[in-house]
Design a binder for this molecule. Structure first.
Ligand SMILES: [Zn+2]
Length: 89
């Protein structure tokens, strides 16, 4: 189980990928950092869930996976991990 890769954030106006360094649109220079935070929220929780599992803390891992899926319902690795934990619980 490895951390998921970084998501791409598109400028809602230009439909081009934001610059991951500046978190701004390379075309219109719009600040897209809020979008980045939204896009990353589920992954941050997912990665914390992996850390918790690694430390043997299943309860925290379950909590983190549920908030990861609340932030990003399409985050398949989090859903699969949550389901596998619930089966073995
Ligand atoms: Zn733009």
């Amino acid at each position: 189980m490895s951390p998921v890769t970084d998501p791409e954030v598109l400028c809602p106006l230009c439909k081009v990928a934001a610059d991951p360094q500046s978190l701004c649109c390379p075309s219109c220079r719009e600040d897209l950092s809020a979008l980045f935070r939204l896009r990353y929220a589920g992954r941050i929780d997912y990665n914390r869930a992996l850390d918790a599992l690694h430390a043997g803390d299943t309860a925290t891992a379950l909590f983190r996976l549920r908030s990861a899926l609340a932030a990003e319902p399409d985050l398949d690795p989090a859903r699969e991990l949550l389901e596998s934990l619930l089966v073995t619980e």
